[in-house]
Design a protein around this ligand. Sequence first.
Ligand SMILES: [Zn+2]
Length: 431
Amino acid sequence: MKTSQGTTLIANAQLIDGTGRPPVPNAALVIHDGHISYAGPAADAPPLPPHTEKIDARGGSILPGLVEAHFHATYFNIAALEDLDIKYPVEYVSLLSSVNTRLALECGYTAARSGGCLFNVDVWLKKAIEEDLIAGPRLVASGREICSAGGLMDWNPDFRRIGMEGLVFIINGVEDARKAVRALVKDGVEWVKTYPTGDAASPDINDHHTLCMTFEEMHAVVATAHNHKLKVTGHCRATQGIKNALRAGYDAIEHGTFIDNEGLDLLLQRNVPCVPALYFEKASIVYGPEFGLSQRVIDGHQETLDAGAESARRILRAGGRLGMGGDYGFGWNPHGDYAKELTFFVKDVGLTPLEVITCATKTGAEIMGRDAELGTLEKGKLADVLIVDGDVIADIALLEDRTKFIAVMQGGIVKTGQIAKPFPTVVKREK
Ligand SMILES: [Zn+2]
């Protein structure tokens, strides 16, 4: 991805640098050749060269670009499980996913870590974004997911004779687990997404207290993935599933819903991050009836929401790490609503706005494995910056309103927002 050339000064705003430090009032951010060269009080800023470009932040907020830590580029606001895979061909889904990545960037998300996608679309989206051919967050790809036969993602009845091979590897035993990971290694993914447990969405046979993979299968996934320097995460709701994942060596936990004290200790021992993705549960409860979700499913989502909120609070208060991401891409929880996760964590879970922003920036970059370059506004880092017309500490919900964004920058280049120029179409010839 290209970076800006020359020097840019952003001033007249508070600076929230993403480290968790309190906001710096009347701050300045200086960008030189796409990287941050100064972040701090305007009064202490270094002298600037004569041709410095100046951006007026209008008394608002300067913060790191947000990181979506559980992004499904190929979920196009689906209403039923069938829509995830077999409704449309991968050609059409690929086109729709590029619309989702552009939208995510417009929503202030300059980076995202995939939580699974159809076929290997993520890896190629990442390439097109990195080469500035399409707009989107810097991506960490995960491709197809892994679930054991009969588990949550193996919902497609055999009599239909329609494969689900686009979304998941359905495995039986450790040999299948290794085989699936090896295919993902060849695909070029960075994170392997698995299904250790069920979900409220499947109350009959794979509910949120059910295990969907054996410990041996999970361990085989981790051993194979780690050998090839890939990381492993999983959809973990049930108490035992969380502990199995942590004991198997998982690098992150998605949801961590029914974590107990032993699970929390295991999580903290290796400082494994957790991405609760809670607004999805709230949206399922509020908007689910419009989409035909049964009362039984909605009751399960309520139980998941209550336990998930409590677990998230416990993890953060115990010194653990939370990423902000939200399973966006369902009809009741569509792409574009990403920052509702942040508002939800302040208003319903009880985190402070500063804590939530730190989770959504610094911790997100750590989960991506790119915290040396991204996630905070500190000297030397890439200038992925969000400038908001307003005080996001006083009102976190401002982050839900992209019309309030003065600029969304990647590598010092203004990509979207009020002061952006139209995204140029790049014509590129193969050498
Ligand atoms: Zn997900």
